[in-house]
Design a protein around this ligand. Structure first.
Ligand code: XMP
Length: 503
């Protein structure tokens, strides 16, 4: 594996992803992780990430000294390179050579840059610079501003790059990372099949012969998890709570995708119960709390009815558990987010076979496990469902209107090949009514808002520049087919300041 020590760079997770894209397994550990923790991952190479600190700062994070005695190659990126330079007797200075943004290498040589030719654009973001090399080391790349843009030791075991090879603004960065893996002799066998075998082995090893409960939402993570348990031949029960806030045809789609693949699926029809609990409630936070509470109640009842179970399986992903300099120990806080603290309360042991996987890797597993693309490539959908897309109180009539409008919008996106171009698309039913005219008739219908965003992780988002002709078609079709809707608007708010959902 490749162990990435995180010194707080905003790009650390990207390094992990890039290395996995090169089919080498990678894990992120906190920068100062003790040697035993690094060793536990059988590292074939170590990467020191960038970070906001300066090597001069006495409080700056440092890797365990033992890392340099592991006998494996080390690549330092940005702060990581400066740390290497200083650690091995070179000199780092503040000021003078700061670089931010795009730069071009004026020269490059050596194994890290093998196979590169022509213009090599790199992304820089540093205030400090290496001004003197450690004895026996040499500079293997330079930019206009900076004669030390990359370094290596004489034995070819330690490397440093001042720029960020992991970001898109370093277009040939993958070649540089690949060269490092090659020089280090890192095994490149991390394929989806390998990930699947590892996940199957884990669930069989831990839960074979035991009973496992899981909650299925219809999203890609929980669906893939259900298929994994079925494929592993583990005694499992997948509970799918229909809270009545699902999209048109969603329940049937999930049932078809899972039950036919051998998942032991129990659908709980809790529609009336949720609607009753939500009746007359207009405050967004109150709605969310009620839905969360009801979900836990329903799930607990089912666990008691169908149990006992030893394990609760959850589709927790690596970004939720990465313990890094940016956010330490997320594992304990977030791993229960799907079912609101149930494991602790019911004394389940947790089974989280995806906790080292990224979302796209789970999608790959889904593919191998036969998850239909309708589920596998589906946009994210919030747990509280359509309830947070109906502003104000929720009732069956409004749900019905929104379900049909959402279906028209999403179907049109698919028909025009735009669905995969946007990160998420949704329709929001506002409580506002507005006057219009159809034929000779006055019409007084709801205002429906359409929203489509581009995003990488949902943390920030921009509104999608959907073609005007497409928007025009949808805006005509919706009031035509759904007379309760009188007006259609398109949401131009980015996140921040808006959120993706309206509530
Ligand atoms: P916001 O609205 O916060 O949404 O910009 C970011 C992403 O998270 C989804 N979302 C939720 N997902 N439970 C979920 O499982 C929730 O309560 C929830 N609220 C928002 C939202 O759809 C978007 O993808």
């Amino acid at each position: 594996s490749v162990v990435i020590l995180d010194f707080g760079s905003q790009y650390t997770h990207l390094i992990a992803r890039r290395i996995r894209e090169l089919h080498a397994y990678s894990v992120v550990l906190p920068g100062p992780a003790p040697l035993e923790r690094v060793r536990a991952h059988a590292p074939e190479a170590v990467v020191l990430s960038g970070g906001p600190s300066s090597v001069f700062d006495p409080a700056a994070m440092r890797p365990d000294e033992g890392v340099f005695g592991l006998g494996v190659p080390v690549l330092g990126i940005c702060y990581g390179m400066q740390y290497l330079a200083q650690r091995f007797g070179g000199r780092v200075e503040r000021g003078g050579r700061a670089e931010y943004g795009k730069a071009w290498l004026t020269r490059f040589e050596g194994p890290l840059f093998e196979g590169l030719s022509g213009e090599v654009q790199v992304w820089m973001s540093h205030a400090d610079a290496v001004t003197e090399l450690p004895p026996g080391w040499r500079a293997v790349a330079a930019t206009e501003e900076n004669p030390v843009a990359a370094i290596q030791d004489d034995a070819g075991r330690f490397f440093g790059v001042q720029f960020h090879p992991e970001v898109a603004h370093t277009p040939k960065g993958m070649t540089i990372l690949e060269n490092f893996l090659r020089v280090a002799g890192v095994r490149r066998d991390w394929t989806p099949d390998h990930a699947l075998d590892a996940a199957l082995e884990e669930v069989r090893g831990r839960a074979g012969g035991e009973r496992v409960l899981l909650a299925v939402s219809g999203g890609v993570d929980s669906s893939t998890l259900a298929l994994l348990l079925a494929r592993a031949g583990v005694d499992h029960t997948a509970v799918f709570v229909d809270h009545g806030l699902l999209r048109l045809g969603e329940r049937e789609e999930v049932e078809r995708a899972l039950a036919s693949a051998g998942v032991n699926l129990v659908t709980v029809d809790a529609r009336e119960r949720f609607l009753a609990a939500l009746e007359g409630v207009g405050d967004p936070e109150a709605k969310r709390k009620i839905i969360g509470r009801e979900f836990v109640e329903v799930f607990k009842e089912q666990a008691a009815r169908l149990g006992p179970f030893r394990f609760l399986a959850q589709g927790t992903l690596y970004p939720d558990v990465i313990e890094s300099a940016g956010g330490t120990g997320a594992a304990n806080i977030k791993s229960h987010h799907n079912v609101g603290g149930l494991p602790a309360e019911l004394g389940f042991e947790l089974l989280e076979p995806f906790r080292y996987l990224f979302k796209d890797e789970v999608r790959e597993l889904g593919l191998l496990l036969g998850l239909p693309d309708t589920v596998r490539l589906r946009h994210p959908f919030p747990g509280p469902g359509l309830a947070i897309r109906i502003l104000g109180p929720v009732d069956e009539e409004k749900l019905d209107i929104l379900r049909r409008a959402d279906d028209l919008f999403i179907s049109a996106l698919k028909d025009h090949g735009l669905y995969d171009e946007v990160w998420q698309a949704l329709a929001v039913l506002t409580p506002v009514r507005s006057v219009g005219v159809t034929g000779d008739e006055r019409r007084y219908g709801y205002v429906l808002a359409l929203r489509a965003v581009t995003s990488v992780d949902g943390m920030t988002a921009d509104w999608a520049r959907l073609p005007h002709d497409f928007l025009d078609e949808v805006a005509r079709k919706i009031p035509q087919r759904i007379p309760e809707i009188g007006r259609v608007v398109y949401d131009l708010t980015s996140k921040p300041p808006g959120t993706i959902e309206w509530e």
